[in-house]
Design a protein around this ligand. Structure first.
Ligand code: BG6
Length: 480
């Protein structure tokens, strides 16, 4: 279904995110018919160039990052007719009038500005849009992460944006919320009777969230070294996954109903004991750089890996551990949420039959999908021996070829901006609450002067991360 016609201005239109995600995503939505003919995409950045030069850059970016669909050159050329460029100096006064001229005033046309720039420019852009008369009460702004560096800076940023835009106009992106599986998690939880009655501390032994990456931080070292895995991944992506797993059923699938429930989860999170946090930093395995080389900081104490155990102090989850883990340069790219159910209270088959617990595995990547491990009898004459088999809910298998064309997270979220649907975007108070939980943990290790534990590139992280969960009689799934 096509969305309404729109003018989408991408500040940072020549930047990395625009090239890798935003522009290829828009092209795919155009090709699928969702981005309508009446839509314009306007790149804005400091460099001086004309429409033709920008289109060349966009063509190249889509060729490189647009997947097989980019081979459809007819569609690509058609898409490019909808693309324009204006040079704007966000910090100065130049370019704003030219931008205003390019924007249309048509009735029913959605106007949105994507701030695909460093957070240092958010406030200035918001102010610039107002000062130059480019935004009104209907205009939407899309803000990328990192949203602040700590609670104080996030609060200041929220206040700045609130000076010029109402909360309903602000779309704070966490692209994990746009991932297909993440949304499917809500469908599975709240569209079935099967899981919800068991979804609590009485039946769930623990929950694991792993986001493992094989990439290092090369190329982004200067940003990453000030951030680390806690700020870069846990405060936002892992926290959002945790919220969706743990939240109470919202009354409706509507922005504030969902976000109210997520906020309650964050506010109910326990502080984390220092001995329940393991930070790591990758070292070279001889084939790739070490973290310190990538970050060009030989003394860096920034973590490229973190594992922690936390609890949610509420009726549903009291005493159920949530183990979170994420890192760069690990042995595999694998992201999974695992809900590990308790063992059956008594095995009628005797100890030799083996004991198994059900695990609901929600895979974000690769091989998106869900499996539920169920225990059955091992086939054959060997007596009553139990084995686990997966009940597979992988979309591509169950839903046929169209399920393979799941839009990338960014594509979906940009279309949601145009539709005016904030359900999958973070509200200001959520982001602040997430920082309020994160800040004391970071301050704690800084105060103690803790150094991250070295781990080999291509491994599963520091040994202490395994110990963190093994000492509770449990173990990590997947990347081990
Ligand atoms: C970004 C982080 O937000 O998410 C990166 O800044 C990380 O460090 C990336 O690599 C992971 O996203 P995805 O979609 O590849 O899992």
């Amino acid at each position: 279904i096509p969305v309404d016609p729109f003018d989408l201005v991408i500040f940072g239109g020549t930047g990395d995110l625009a090239r890798r995600k935003i522009l290829p995503g828009l092209f795919r939505r155009f090709r699928s018919g969702q981005m309508p003919e009446g839509a314009h995409v306007i790149g804005a950045a400091r460099s001086d160039m004309d429409d033709a030069a920008y289109r060349d850059m966009v063509r190249e970016a889509i060729g490189e990052h647009g997947g097989s669909e980019a081979k459809d050159s007819k569609a690509l050329e058609h898409f490019l007719e909808h693309v324009r460029y204006v040079a704007v100096d966000a910090r100065g006064n130049t370019g704003w009038d030219a931008l205003k001229e390019v924007l249309r005033e048509d009735e029913g046309l959605v106007r949105a500005f994507y701030f695909s720039v460093g957070p240092g420019l958010f406030a200035e852009l918001a102010e610039g849009l107002r000062r130059h008369g480019l935004a009104d009460a209907e205009t939407r702004i899309v803000v990328e992460k990192p949203f602040g560096h700590d609670l104080e800076s996030a609060r200041a940023l929220n206040e700045e944006l609130a000076r010029h835009f109402h909360e309903t106009q602000i779309y704070r992106i966490d692209h994990y919320l746009g991932k297909e599986t993440v949304q499917n998690l809500m469908a599975v939880r709240f569209g079935n009777m099967l899981f919800e009655p068991l979804w609590n501390s009485q039946y769930v032994d623990h929950i694991q969230i792993t986001v493992a990456e094989t990439v290092g931080v090369g190329g982004r070292g200067s940003y990453y070294d000030k951030s680390g895995a806690m700020r870069d991944m846990v405060q936002n992506h892992l926290m959002q996954l945790l919220c969706l797993i743990a939240m109470e059923p919202p009354a409706r699938f509507e922005p504030d109903a969902v976000r109210d429930e997520k906020l309650k989860v964050i506010r109910a999170l326990d502080p984390v004991d220092p001995d329940s946090i393991v930070r790591g930093q990758y070292t070279s395995d001889g084939t790739v750089n070490s973290y310190r080389e990538d970050a060009e900081n030989p003394l860096s104490k920034t973590e490229s890996f973190i594992a922690l155990k936390t609890y949610i102090s509420n009726w549903r989850w009291a005493n159920t551990p949530f183990y979170l883990r994420t890192g760069k340069r690990l042995s595999a790219r694998a992201s999974e949420i695992a809900v590990v159910f308790k063992d059956a209270p008594h095995s009628i088959f005797g100890i030799d039959a083996g004991r198994h617990s059900n695990v609901l595995s929600i895979r974000l990547q690769p091989n998106e999908g869900m499996t539920l491990g169920v225990t059955i009898k091992e086939p054959g004459p060997g007596g009553m021996r139990l084995v686990d088999v997966p009940l597979d809910m992988t979309f591509a298998d169950a839903l046929g070829p169209e399920a393979e064309e799941v839009p990338d997270a960014y594509e979906r979220l940009i279309m949601d901006v145009i539709r005016g649907n904030q359900t999958l975007f973070m509200r200001g108070d959520e982001v602040e609450a997430a920082w309020a939980w994160t800040d004391p943990l970071i301050e704690g290790w800084q105060r103690r002067g803790d150094s991250p534990k070295p781990y080999d590139a291509g491994s599963s992280g520091p040994d202490d991360a395994a110990f963190l969960i093994n000492r509770d009689g449990r173990r990590w799934r997947g990347v081990r």
